[in-house]
Structure formats: C-alpha cells, structure tokens
Design a binder for this molecule. Sequence first.
Ligand SMILES: Nc1ncnc2c1ncn2[C@@H]1O[C@H](COP(=O)(O)OP(=O)(O)OP(=O)(O)O)[C@@H](O)[C@H]1O
Length: 350
Amino acid sequence: MVKVVEVRGLVKVYEGPGKRQVRALDGIDLATDRGECVVLLGPPGSGKTTLLRAVSGLEAPTAGEVHLGGHLMNGLPPRIRRVGLVAASHALYPHKTVRGNIEFPLKAERVPRGTRERKARWAADLLGIAHLLDRRPGRLSGDERRRVALARAVAREPAVLLLDEPLSDVDGRLRAAARDELRSLQRRLGTAMICVTHDQAEAMGLGDRVAVLDAGRFRQVGTPQDLYEEPVDTFVATVIGTPPMNLVPRGDRLVGFRPEHLLPAEEVPPDGRVTMPLRVDRIEFLSGDRHVYGRVSRICPETRVIARLPATVTTPLAAGEAREFAVPADRLRFFDAEYGNRTAPVRIAG
Ligand SMILES: Nc1ncnc2c1ncn2[C@@H]1O[C@H](COP(=O)(O)OP(=O)(O)OP(=O)(O)O)[C@@H](O)[C@H]1O
C-alpha cells in the first residue's frame, strides 16, 4: 500500500558555529499510513523539528528522499506538498485577522476567493473558532491561537498534519482532553499525523507509534506498549515511563525493572521471582499510589531505585525500614553495561 509519508535515508547536515558540522538527521527511515499518528519523541536538539521541516519542504535534506503519497518530493516547495505544518510558535500573522491567517496559504496557492472563504469557514467550524474569524491573534487566548494555527493547516486539506509541540502550551490538567480532541479531529479528517514532543507522557498518550530520536537517529520506533515493555536500549528504557525504569548493575550487565514491578515480596508469586532487600529512604503519595524511594542490594551493589505500589498494596512501610521486595523474573530486562543495548536474559537466583 502507498504510504502517506515515506522518508528514506534522510540526512541533514547544518553548518554550526565555527564551521562545525551538525548532523541534525543521520539516516532516518519512516513511513506513515492514513489515519495513523506517529509521535517523534526526543531530547532538545535531537532533530525532531528538522525532520518535520524536511517533510514539509521548508528544509532541503542533505541526502535521502521524502515521498508523499508515493511521489518523490525532493526539490518541490512546501506550497505544492499536501502537508499542514503547525510550528511550535504557531507563527500567526499579528496584523491579519483569524480569517486572513487561515486563508493565507490558500491565497498563496491561488485558490479562488469563494473556495478560500468556504474552506476557511469549514476549518474554523471544525476547530470551534467560527466566532473569532474577525479578531486579530493579539486578542486571542493561547488555546484559541493554537486552534487558529490548526485551522490554517487543516484548511489546505493536507494528507498529513505535521505538528510541532502541539500541546506544549496547554495547561497540564487539560492536556488529556486536548489530546483526545486532536485525535478525534484527525479521525474526522482521515489524515496521517506526525507530531513532535519532548514529553514522554504526551507521546505515549497521542501516538499509535512513537519514534524515539536521539542525535539525529531513531533508537526505536514502535507502539507505546512495545516501547514500554520491550525497550531496545537503556536510552529508551529511561526516556519512557514516569518514574523511569530502574537500572541496577550486575557484572557486565544492567538489570532493568519498572517501578510498578518492584513490590513487597509477599505481593509477588514465589514461582519465578527475584527477591532483594529494599531499604526505604522516603515515600511519596501520588494519585493513590505510593512511590517508595530506596536502595536495593544482594542482586547488585547497593543501588537507588523507585518502587510504585498501587493503593491495593497495603504493606506498612516507613522511612529507615528494610524489607524484602521482589520482581517477577519475566519482568526483568537486561542491558549491556557498557553500551546500553538489550541483551539476552541472565538467570538470577531467588
Ligand atoms: N538552521 C540551523 N542551523 C544550524 N544548526 C541547526 C539549524 N537548525 C537546527 N540546527 C541544529 O540541528 C540539531 C537538531 O535541531 P532540531 O531543532 O531539529 O532539534 P529538536 O529535537 O527539534 O530540538 P528542540 O526540542 O529543542 O526543538 C541541533 O543541534 C540544532 O542546533
């Protein structure tokens, strides 16, 4: 099947300060289907924005190919690509009205006035901002500006929406609802979507697949569940999940386990578990869970870890106390201590 977006071997080299070369993208392959949302997750400077800009045509790749709907796009300008890019800044024209902003790209494509007006109205209705069409961006709230930027991208009826940090300015408590709204908008439009974020919770909530980017390369691309349960290296293991995966040293390996899999020993069936003493340093109560900060030993030199106990686990615990904890053996993940990549499991007694 033809992919909505297909990127092959994409490389982007910038000339940095002092003629130093920066490989912002270093061999990226990615394909998205219709209706799919792929989230690019990575630390600042990992190349997320550069990848969006390369797909949109704002940035010419140094090497590699960008295909849209099966057609090679290299060298073609943004306005003839069926993409709707929303920059993190929203990039609204302050002197134009909301209507003027939404119609602007259509004007650049020489869409006749009547069609332009109809499309702008349709997009504004879709985003719930029809009542704001005559206002200027300076008089809008952050949320309204975000909707205008989205309406402007949507009005072009793109095959793919490219969104840079789409929810970064949405208040924490409203994020989940905003995510849901974004996905239902996408479903109604039937477009593909590529979003950029540095927030793992947002990536996991929004994406059908998440692509973890580091220094211009993908570490792993997979479903949120894949990434969470089967991280390919310690980078992905610690980027995904809050609190992150615990990693304790054991010989030439690092042994990883998620905080919710480290429980008081009596909570873990004795068959196939690995036990370890945990000395409690501090306990936090968060949304009904207890986050226990402490140090484990025996399976490793004393190492700091976090255990996350759901409300259903009522074992009394206090700072300063030591207690036997356990992890089901099939929840342990093993990594090479030097390079951080995943290795085969190692048997740990008890
Ligand atoms: N126009 C440019 N000229 C030179 N270097 C650039 C340019 N644009 C980006 N870079 C460099 O390319 C690398 C990737 O930048 P990019 O903005 O794509 O990262 P990012 O993951 O989107 O980061 P952030 O989360 O901070 O937006 C960084 O090292 C950045 O400094």
